[in-house]
Design a protein around this ligand. Structure first.
Ligand SMILES: CC(C)(COP(=O)(O)OP(=O)(O)OC[C@H]1O[C@@H](n2cnc3c(N)ncnc32)[C@H](O)[C@@H]1OP(=O)(O)O)[C@@H](O)C(=O)NCCC(=O)NCCS
Length: 415
């Protein structure tokens, strides 16, 4: 395979490739290492017909991300900066590069790969599935001014000294989520994000952290919003109310705020009135591909009290199937909060039931349904409604839906 890991010597060529593909102005010829926490891969132009020295025919970066998985965590390869040189397009290089990227994700012990596509169809053919979207809404601030202050809550400025509290709270509040990034160094360096980013931390009278709101002041756009709210997180409804009341204090300088939401964000149930608007932006989609089925299952804790098993078959018929370990058949057992996964053959007969036992449950998913379900928070019924192949007997369906429970996936890429 012609896909190789790039070194700091390749950095200028990679920057030329991505600047040409995505824009980004002048390319400095300053070689240097690729950012820590990322694996850069590429294909040399000289490996292709008509290729030239010092040029990359294609390249991409894999982020070594960790994501939340219903109370556990798993390694996930975040794909970014994928481009094929204009002179080498239209010849199948995209699929070759993606296969190399996915094979490397598997070799690095990653259960999933994740990306934010500008063209979802080309990734879907390779087994990626839309699992979430990031939404932003425009919230008028006038009505928030009428919210009464919540007793027993106060705000604390976020500084270098208090930022670690905010980070710990984020990790705690998203631990049971599905797909939320863990935001750990080196991909998320310690310290304050750069200006104009700012935040306030909410604490109770005993000084315990309850929530936070992070924001950037922006020039008002056509929607009138002069404040970008990156996140509003709180432990309970009162915390969210206290943070919304604070948000109302910005109404002297702007009429509205643009607020980024998690999937089914609890803030929607706490906002006091109507008047919410969409932003008019393109909705960023999040796609995930299953790289290693057994790992994705075993890294998720089993819900307390769930005991049972299923024979699970995943069918990966995409061109990237051989680069991944998604295709296959496994006996999946939940016991004592742990998921045990054992590979079996498709031809292996399902073990006969003992005298007092019920027959072995089974389920069969295509690779898209498997990505949707194993990312968490979705049911086999959801997969079927999306037109994906998701079959099971009644016991298998009940077991899988319980095992892969939790909130629907959300991905927010920064504080
Ligand atoms: C998109 C891009 C990576 C495709 O690379 P490529 O090597 O030319 O693609 P391939 O020849 O391997 O074709 C792969 C598939 O994508 C399809 N495709 C390629 N360019 C496409 C486009 N602009 N729109 C829709 N489909 C496209 C091809 O028809 C082919 O489909 P198939 O799998 O059914 O045969 C390349 O055009 C590029 O680098 N563009 C600019 C940067 C970019 O868009 N990166 C992706 C960001 S999400």
């Amino acid at each position: 395979m012609s896909v190789r890991e790039l070194t700091s010597d390749d950095r200028p060529a990679y920057r030329r490739l991505t600047a040409q593909a995505f824009g980004g102005g002048a390319v400095e010829e300053v070689p240097g290492p690729f950012p820590e926490g990322e694996i850069p891969l590429g294909v040399d132009s000289t490996a292709r017909p008509g290729g030239q020295e010092g040029v990359l025919a294609a390249g991409a970066r894999i982020r070594r991300d960790t994501i939340a998985l219903g109370g556990g965590t798993t390694a996930c390869g975040g794909i970014g900066g994928l481009a094929v040189h204009p002179a080498h397009r239209g010849g199948g290089l995209f699929g070759e590069l993606l296969a190399g990227v996915l094979a490397r994700c598997g070799a690095e012990g990653m259960a999933f790969s994740m990306l934010y596509p500008s063209n979802p169809a080309i990734y879907r053919r390779h087994g990626y599935q839309v699992v979430a979207r990031t939404e932003r809404i425009v919230v008028p601030l006038g009505e928030l001014q009428r919210l009464r202050s919540v007793p027993g809550r106060r705000l604390v400025p976020v500084t270098e000294a208090t930022m670690p509290r905010l980070r710990r709270l984020y990790t705690k509040l998203t631990a049971e989520d599905n797909a939320m990034l863990r935001r750990e160094p080196p991909l998320f360096p310690a310290g304050l994000p750069s200006p104009p980013w700012g935040a306030v931390l909410l604490e109770d009278e005993a000084g315990a952290d309850r929530g936070y709101l992070s924001f950037s002041r922006i020039a008002p756009g056509s929607d009138g919003a002069g404040l970008e709210v990156h996140e509003i997180m709180g432990r309970d409804r009162d915390d969210l109310l206290a943070l919304l009341q604070h948000l109302g204090s910005w109404s002297t300088v702007t009429t509205a705020a643009r607020v980024r939401l998690r999937t089914e964000d609890p803030i929607l149930d706490v906002l006091p009135g109507g008047g919410l608007r969409t932003t008019g932006d393109i909705v960023p989609l999040v796609m995930m591909r299953l790289v290693d089925t057994a790992r994705a299952l075993a890294d998720r804790p089993a819900p307390a009290g769930l005991t049972g098993s299923v024979r699970l078959e995943v069918r990966d018929r995409t061109p990237s199937a051989t680069a991944c370990r998604a295709d296959g058949c496994w006996d999946v057992r939940a016991e004592g909060g742990v998921v045990h996964v054992e590979q079996t053959s498709r031809d292996e007969p399902i073990p006969p039931a003992g005298v007092h036992e019920t027959p072995q449950a089974w389920a069969r998913l295509d690779v898209h349904a498997a990505a949707l379900l194993l990312a968490g928070g979705r049911s086999l019924g959801d997969a079927r409604r999306a037109g994906l192949e998701a079959e099971a007997d009644a016991a298998g369906e009940a077991f899988i839906d319980t095992l892969l429970r939790g909130p629907r996936p959300s991905v927010l890429d920064a504080f």
